[in-house]
Every structure is written in structure tokens, then in C-alpha cells.
Design a protein around this ligand. Sequence first.
Ligand code: PLP
Length: 389
Amino acid sequence: MLRKTENLSAQTTTANAIPFIDLAAQQARIKDNLDARIQKVLAHGQYIMGPEVAELEAALCAHTGARHCVTCANGTDALLLAMMALGVGDGDAVFVPDFTFAATAEMIPYLAASPVFVDIDPHTYNMDAESLERCIAHARDVGLRPACVIPVDLFGLAADYDAINAIAAREGMHVIADSAQSFGAVYHGRRAGTLGDITTTSFFPAKPLGCYGDGGALFTDNDTWADLLRSMRFHGKGADKYDNVRLGMNSRLDTLQAAILLAKLDVFDDELTARQTLAERYSAALGNRVAVPHIPQGLSSAWAQYTVRVPEDIDRAELRDRLQEAGVPTNVYYPSPMHRLSAYSAHHCDPAGLARSQDASRSVLSLPSGAYLGDDAFDRVVGALSAYT
Ligand SMILES: Cc1ncc(COP(=O)(O)O)c(C=O)c1O
């Protein structure tokens, strides 16, 4: 037990550290395919918009069930491109969860729109529909036009899209699903990529489907938005790249990254199964010591993170130190709710407060995970956590 009142002495032994996520094991598994795909790109030399980009987009459509996939340079650009295509602008309110990575809200002020921070459900960590209702009313009170809501599928679990899509439809708002962490997640039989008007994702290396650098994609069933996104990611091109018909940006996915993602996609479903099995084993082993993830009926997580809540009477920072000394790395996603970050503290938020986001920031702890965490590493994580909680 590592209660807050205990006086801790430094531990002297440091075991070999477990990788927080073992990308090297994944690389070893797919090495032949990876090498062949990279060599093919080096041979044809079409580094920008080479054939692998279209091949990947088709494969991602097939995987998600979305009608269109438009790849881009990263998940942050994907959010900006989605808002540009939907025409978000001056005087618009865009509703985002208070407990997320800053990128979810970061692009909104660039369009002269205002982020409004919505509180979360304390069990799923995702946007709370009742808080969203309060935020919409508040936005109107202060003269903003409710334009768009961006639910986030935090840690790999899809947000409450039935409730949020219904509110958005009633209010005439668009829904951009920030599925940066949830590629592969399932929501009542539908895959992430098909749950909002436009879905964005990230291929940052540590994401469920990650490349070897930055990458991102957008998904939509709407032909007009897909055409706009294809134009906007490529300097607003029209019939060809020197026919610039609108303002856009340079946000293409590198051909090499597309080739790497194609190699990773071959083992992705198998990895999802392994991550699900690991999560079930963790929850069975740790459920009586810490609050383990709650997955609502009909949903399956992509397990971008396996995140527990540290009980209130345990000092999280000290617990992390002890685990680190035992070779068990942990991370805190995210140590501050959005409204407390200095870049975002002047924006509007739920008039009833953001207590649940604040609580989550104080108590969450993400453990080593991924498809390649071996039995020894699993036993060490469980053993160390059990010793100190
Ligand atoms: C919830 C969320 N949104 C957006 C992003 C931005 O993605 P990227 O890092 O690819 O720009 C991330 C990734 O870190 C994320 O976790």
C-alpha cells in the first residue's frame, strides 16, 4: 500500500524497463513486408501522392466501411481540414471535450471560431451529452452560433454518438468525430470512421494504427465534402495542381508513410484482438485495486491506452516513481484539463463547471500496453501495481 501519508524512501534497484509500447516487436514481425514495400517506393520514386496513397485510402475505406478516405499529413491537420470543408468560421461555437489532447481544440481559433469546453462522463472519459446541452445554451447566451461538435474517442473508446448525433441534428450542427485514438474501434456494429459527418484520425507512431512519422486521414460518406477535402489538402487544387480554385494547405500523406501503413494494416486486426485480450487480463487482475476501464455494452475499444484511475488516497506521482523504479513506465494522459491550460483558459466552458474532467486529470494512469506485451512484462506490471496499491 502506498497511501498519501506514507513517507517514502528512495528505492535503489532498477529493473530492466518494460517498453510502454513495443513498436520494435511489431517491426520485427512485419519486417519483410515493410522492407519490400519501402523498396518498391524507392524504386518508383513517386514520393508525393504515389500509388500507395490511393491503395491505402481504398484499404482504409474497406476496413472502416466509410465511402471516402482522404489521407493527410497528421491528425491535427485532419481536424483543420474537416472544419474548413464544413465552413466553420467567425462567430461559430465548436464544442470539444475538456479532457483530451490539446490538438482537438487547437485549430478552432485559427478559423476565428470559439472552442467551448464540455465536461465528460466519468466512466468512459468521453463527452457528456448533458454537459453538451448546457454548453450549447451557454454559447447562444454569449452570442455564438452552435456550429459543430467534436466528440473524441478517448483512449480508443468511441464516444456516445447516438446521443451526440441526435443533439447535433436537432441543433443543425455538424459532427466531426476525433478518432485519432480509436481507429479500429467498434460502436454498435459500426467502425470508427463512420460515426460522425466527418471522422478524423492520426497515424502518429504510438496510435493504434501508426506510421513511422506523422500521418492522418479523414473519412466521410459525403461526396461533396470528400472532393473539398481532396482539394484543400493540396493547396486548393481544381482540375490540376496549378489550377488553384480555393485556399487550401499542403497536407498530404507521404507515399513512404502510406507504404508503411499498408504493411501494418495486414496485421492490424490480429493486433486489435491481442490488445483486447491484454485489456481483459489487466482488468481481471487489477479490478479490485484500481478503477479499470468501463466499456459500455455493444462497444469495443481500439485500446490506444489501457488507463486506470488511481484511488484518491494514493499519491499518483509517488506511485509512478515506484513503478518506474520497478521498470514499469506509466504515462498520464492528460495532466491538465483543457480549460486549465494557459493557451485555452480564456475560452467558454460548461456553466456548471468541469469537475469530472478535472478529477480525471488528477487520477488517470496509463499502463504499458499494446499487442506485444509479453507474459513476463504483464506479470511485472500487475505485480508492481499490486504491491503499491
Ligand atoms: C485526441 C487527439 N486528437 C488529435 C490528435 C492529433 O493528431 P496528430 O498528432 O497526428 O496531429 C491526437 C494525437 O496526438 C489526439 O490524441
